[in-house]
Design a protein around this ligand. Structure first.
Ligand SMILES: C[S@@+](CC[C@H](N)C(=O)[O-])C[C@H]1O[C@@H](n2cnc3c(N)ncnc32)[C@H](O)[C@@H]1O
Length: 299
């Protein structure tokens, strides 16, 4: 059975947004609607939530989950980078809070059949939004060894990047790489036994790196963070839950670098030991919160 996606740092994120009745909130990663439901409950009776997700399956499930909130919940199947144009179209100048819960959901990982995990043998796709042009198979079968090594090194912080890239290129000259199992096997063979990590699977970083590249995850985050302050009312909050240091670094720098924002978390908030035990996916989660300053700061 597929495990339901348990929302990570739920109380901390809803508290961080300072949710109140009548507020308008944006959830950039609505997923299965766990955080969104909590925001809608906390903003009753008349708060509103605009939830973005670019995965059609996620939007369908979120719609079911949030149906009881009626028209207080509005779902948009799009990249969260479309937020600015969406608000403009709606004539909404700014909102009271923005929440991002980055990465993929356990549904996508375990049950989407789209090749996010090396634990299952599936087509090597990795697109969260199936309208995106290139799959992970397209990348591993067409990029140069240099380009692949750069992706693995920068997005996976994989120190064996060159070895893995060289093995991928050698392998595809015999046969196209089309499945997660084939890729995981190539990585395992490329990395000498003595360099296999002890705590994680040897292919973990490669899979993370390809997923980030296929979905343009860091570019999307950078784009949203650059403009987020514009979409917030004075006193409005932004909460970002990230799952690896590449994302957390971007969030920290964006909060420190935007004159209109004031970071409320010097260090990121992390899950309690109890949450980590209950929900292993939360282990690497980090939440940072910032508030839009009152007028007169870069507006
Ligand atoms: C970790 S899950 C969110 C889970 C959600 N908070 C919940 O409680 O169910 C991340 C979701 O964000 C979506 N996503 C990731 N990047 C996105 C982007 N740039 N634009 C829109 N949705 C995105 C994924 O498709 C996935 O459903």
């Amino acid at each position: 059975m597929v495990q339901e996606h348990e929302p990570v740092l739920l109380a901390e994120a809803v508290g961080g947004l300072a949710v109140r009745s009548g507020g308008v909130y944006v959830d950039g990663n609505v997923g299965l609607g766990g955080h969104a439901a909590a925001v809608l409950a906390a903003s009753a009776p008349d708060g509103r939530l605009i939830g973005f997700d670019w995965d059609a399956a996620a939007i369908e499930r979120a719609a079911e989950r949030l149906a009881s909130f009626g028209d207080r919940a509005e779902l948009v199947r799009d990249n969260f980078t479309a937020l600015g144009s969406y608000l403009e179209e709606r004539g909404l100048a700014a909102v009271d809070g923005i929440l991002l819960d980055l990465g993929i959901s356990s549904f996508q990982l375990d049950a989407s059949g789209r090749g996010f995990s090396f634990l299952r043998d599936e087509p090597l796709d990795m697109r969260m939004d199936q309208r995106r042009p290139a799959t992970a198979a397209d990348l591993v079968n067409t990029l140069s060894a240099r380009e692949l090594a750069d992706i693995l090194y920068y997005y996976g912080e994989e120190r064996q990047a060159r070895r893995i890239a060289a093995r991928i290129v050698a392998h595809r000259q015999q046969a196209r790489i089309t499945t997660t199992a084939a890729l995981a096997e190539i990585v395992a063979q490329a990395v000498p036994r003595r360099f296999h990590p002890r705590r994680i699977h040897v292919a973990t970083r490669t899979f993370q790196a390809l997923r980030i590249a296929v979905n343009g995850e860091l570019d999307n985050l950078r784009a949203l963070l650059r403009d987020a302050w514009r979409y917030l009312k004075p006193g409005g909050r932004i909460c970002v839950i990230s799952f690896h240091s590449l994302e957390d670094r971007l969030v920290k720098a964006a909060f420190a670098g935007a004159p209109a924002l004031k970071a409320l978390t010097k260090r990121p908030i992390t899950p309690t030991a109890a949450e980590k035990r209950r929900n292993p996916r939360s282990r690497s989660a980090r939440l940072r919160i910032a508030v839009r300053r009152e007028v007169g700061h870069g507006a």
